[in-house]
Design a protein around this ligand. Sequence first.
Ligand SMILES: Cc1cc2nc3c(=O)[nH]c(=O)nc-3n(C[C@H](O)[C@H](O)[C@H](O)COP(=O)(O)OP(=O)(O)OC[C@H]3O[C@@H](n4cnc5c(N)ncnc54)[C@H](O)[C@@H]3O)c2cc1C
Length: 286
Amino acid sequence: MNPIKFLEPTNFTEAISLLDQHADDAKIIAGGVSVTLMLQQKLIAPSALISLGHISNYAFIRHEKDGLHIGALTKLRDIERSDVVKKFCPALAYTFSVVANVRVRNQATIGGNLSAADYAADPPAMLTALDARVQVQGAEKNREIHLSEFFLGFYTTALEPNEILTEVIIPTLPSSASAAYHKYTSISAEGRPCVAVGAVADFDNDRKCSDLRIAVGAAVETPQRVRDAETLAHGSTLTDELVAAIADEYSLRLDPLTDVRGSAWYRKEMIRVFVKRALEEVRCDR
Ligand SMILES: Cc1cc2nc3c(=O)[nH]c(=O)nc-3n(C[C@H](O)[C@H](O)[C@H](O)COP(=O)(O)OP(=O)(O)OC[C@H]3O[C@@H](n4cnc5c(N)ncnc54)[C@H](O)[C@@H]3O)c2cc1C
């Protein structure tokens, strides 16, 4: 067997040209947390690994006019600890703080976490609720993809084979809005989520809900919003009854999967519980 070539481009343009040269036979490696496991388990057998480790200037967190910009090569640990992120949206910093354990967070990048499209992940649900989008560089053009259109299925994204995720952009929330992230683990506290719920709600001066976005992840193939359930809240106060009705609707409408972390039936019950808890948190914040 030929040894795997380890290529170290110093910018994304060079990385994309290497992807083009190797067609389907090369794999991008960022933090390497998923890639090394896939290699070890012989799930992939690339002829070349294209490391993003020598690309500078893409590990950044900046609050700009249109929102928070996070470079693809930013480590999860840096996002969790960033004062800019904590000020921008405490629930977002919290989301990154509950990914796996500190060793994983010190190594993994946000670009790798999203591009892996692993359903059992934390950031996708919160970032979908926050209406985030990703910037993508390709050989001929750059484009933006809303996260709602980025995750296509199990381990599958809208990225073309020669495209690289370069940046995540999270629109600024109105000061009247509130966000919450709830992770439920069924095996160990540091485990992957069995159910992941990101919620964002905005309120008018009468404490009536003017906007609600709830994304459920980990229990389903890709983060899911139930628009009909969200609109139940519009123009209304989030009473106990309304919160319960929205949580029921999420549980009823989603079609969860069964895996080692829980059966489909169990996940339906947990979706109800954790959507309710997330809503209670955003309601109490305002
Ligand atoms: C023990 C363990 C526990 C875990 N628990 C959790 C958890 O609780 N919650 C959670 O969310 N995750 C969890 N994970 C998953 C972990 O967060 C991801 O493996 C990690 O974030 C991947 O990031 P990385 O930078 O290491 O990506 P890599 O492993 O380098 O890459 C992952 C994939 O993305 C591609 N890729 C990487 N960067 C880019 C880019 N910029 N553009 C395009 N493609 C790219 C690679 O080709 C590969 O297919 C866990 C992992 C382990 C090993």
